[in-house]
Design a protein around this ligand. Sequence first.
Ligand code: ATP
Ligand code: MG
Length: 394
Amino acid sequence: MDRIILIKYGELSTKKGNRNFFINTLYNNVCNSLKKFDVKISKDRAHMYIEFNDSELDGIKSAIDKVFGIHKYHIAYIVNTNMEDIKSKVLEVAKSISFKTFKVETKRSFKGFEADSLEMSRILGGVILRNISDIKVDVHNPEVTFNVEIREDRSYIYLNSYNGSGGYPVGTQPRGMLMLSGGIDSPVAGYLAMKRGVVVDAVYFEAIPHTSLDARNKVISLARKLALYGGKINLHIVNFTPIQEEIYKNCAPSYCITIMRRMMYRIMEKIVKKYDGYIIINGESIGQVASQTLTSMNCINSVTNIPVIRPVSCLDKLEIIDIAKKIDTYETSILPYEDCCTVFVPKHPVINPSIEKSIVEEEKFNYSEMIDEAVNNLNTITVTSNDEEFSDLL
Ligand code: ATP
Ligand code: MG
């Protein structure tokens, strides 16, 4: 095998004390994501190396594109660290492609090598120019760049640089609980939290028979898409029907949404504590609807001390949609199934709710036992990105 995938770590290379933990987590995540391929994976402090079969390269690339913590990667030719071998490999690579302009860029980390970086680039440029006709060097805007990295044990030659997904490896932060609805925003929020290394589990509030099993399956599909980035997701399904019905029976219509969301947060807090989480994550975006004005957020958030992270809070809807399309959740999110939030929407939800009035309204029914009951009767399923396991669940 004379090619290898050469992975360069992302932001984690700045984490001095934690470096090994970050690299080991990334290594495990890469191994997991490539389980079904015939690969050999190794690592050192600066790089990860994947030996692969050519026929599987496309699949492997698309899998590692979903692993956070990778800054860049290259498909590199491996060559012995000696002048003649490097020259002949560079020439062989040059002859296998067509181009009019080029440059050579050398990085010599093995200082014992006989030529320094600039000298080596000049030597290799000369080899290419002498052996291939009708081409010239263009250092500013070349069609092809031959990158040569000279290390002590072996050297690498590559033409292309692929961007990895960046961020931190999932698992370098503990668990967060994502409020996952069937909408566009919450899957994007979950993706962005995972990108910072958070292990994401999800909570879906359903109100059967007011919401359907189709709506639930849509959320499961979204969790499965997110599992491509996080490995696996525990999805806790909350039976929200009794609480929701009590709210609509007892509370002032304009406050129903505010109170419903305060109940959701109370339930989230208990689930976070029960399953060793540290934060609540959701898809709220400032000003998007009445319950997401700053006054609403303040009133709703006041029922919990657990940090609520809102990764899309400052993005425009179109920016959120762009990410949803990129991570392939958009088409699922726009399927037209009702959500528990949309079933009972009052005509005039309050835009600037007060905490005092919310408390008065919610004391009209005995919610604390109902909340405990909802948390004690979660329906939890584990969703993975694997097709077969997924279809078994449905
Ligand atoms: P849309 O993309 O249409 O805005 P949404 O899911 O963002 O859909 P919102 O009404 O804006 O819906 O709700 C704000 C946030 O509250 C959601 O992003 C989600 O995190 C959470 N949420 C709403 N409904 C539910 C639900 N049924 N289960 C779990 N979380 C929910
Ligand atoms: Mg929204």
